[in-house]
Design a protein around this ligand. Sequence first.
Ligand SMILES: Cc1cc2nc3c(=O)[nH]c(=O)nc-3n(C[C@H](O)[C@H](O)[C@H](O)COP(=O)(O)OP(=O)(O)OC[C@H]3O[C@@H](n4cnc5c(N)ncnc54)[C@H](O)[C@@H]3O)c2cc1C
Length: 368
Amino acid sequence: MRTIDVAIVGGGPAGLAVAIHAVRRGFSTVVFDRQALPADKACGEGLAPPGVNELEALGARQYLTPADCAPIVGIRYLQEDGTDVSGRFTPAPGLGIRRTALAAALTRTAREAGVVLQERCGVAKVIRSSERVLLTTAAGEEVEARLLVAADGLASPLRQAQGLDEPVKAQAPRRFGLRQHFRMRPWSEFVEIHLVRGVEAYVTPAGSDRVGVAFLWEHGKVDGSISFPSLLHRFPALRERLEGAPSDSHARGAGPFLRKVRGRSLDRFVLVGDAAGYVDAITGEGLTLALRSASALGHLLPQVLAQGASRDSLRPYERAVARHYWRYALSTRLMLAIARSPALRVRLLHGLSRYPAIFEALVNFVTG
Ligand SMILES: Cc1cc2nc3c(=O)[nH]c(=O)nc-3n(C[C@H](O)[C@H](O)[C@H](O)COP(=O)(O)OP(=O)(O)OC[C@H]3O[C@@H](n4cnc5c(N)ncnc54)[C@H](O)[C@@H]3O)c2cc1C
């Protein structure tokens, strides 16, 4: 049986970032992912300025080329009555990054740092005690680890199996997302968020010749069958912009978004990224949160492992994540409440369009 320091389940941005931090601190680290890496995923692909800093710190930013990423100078909201309001990121620009390119840059950085990547290798069984974690892969291989990091995404089978899932109330809104890319020169350096009743469209420059469009909506609030063309049909100005542009990816969806957790750690076990709780994609903050949490865990790893990776030793990590999460959760819930009330949203954006400095301050609070 193989014995390692850190086993990470999930080779998305959260898992790969933890792996890079861990291996650079001298810990033997293996990432298991059931998919081939780098993996694609439904995402709006906007990385806020603090997320770009995390990417720089990891050393992965250097592997992104202008073909697959583009600077984002801020956020622009546009609504159905023609009102628009923009706010710039004041610290520095963010980045729109094609998800496959982000995954490839992180995968390459991880490999070069010495992380072992086991692709197409799901984890079928976990036996956890206060002494160690024993993993059995879908192929039947057994691995013993000092710490298991669950970075296995929104649905996180490991979070469920370890009893850290907090059930979401049946009456809670169920929100979903669907994205596709188009081959065309981006027309704006802002992430444009087009708003109509019941649906938001996120338009992100994701390369010198690529525009990504992601729709978010609440189940039951949109009539008729849901498909990328049917959602695009609701945004005439956007449809006109995209007219004739060849598609650059297949439509890909995700959801429901809301995932609650009872806690983010147990003895020898810790949750990172979407697995550690998620509210919604409406603020486009998931990647930044995942990279920040990975960095917090990476910095604490030496003391965590020295203290037997007990739940107590992981409490500083829980506190570090909570500090970032509260801001994300607060602004996301606020945005959701506004999006669910179109009359309020229309009035609010009208007001903010007259006071762009306030809007800009809000943009920088949410993404700060
Ligand atoms: C429509 C949409 C738009 C979004 N827009 C933005 C945006 O603009 N900006 C932003 O910052 N965020 C955005 N997000 C959120 C962002 O995509 C997520 O926060 C981010 O992907 C989280 O990364 P992760 O590594 O935690 O999970 P994931 O990227 O989901 O990775 C999880 C990995 O775990 C693997 N896995 C799962 N189970 C197992 C298992 N049993 N064994 C092995 N491997 C397993 C999966 O194969 C996957 O590779 C958006 C999300 C959606 C859905």
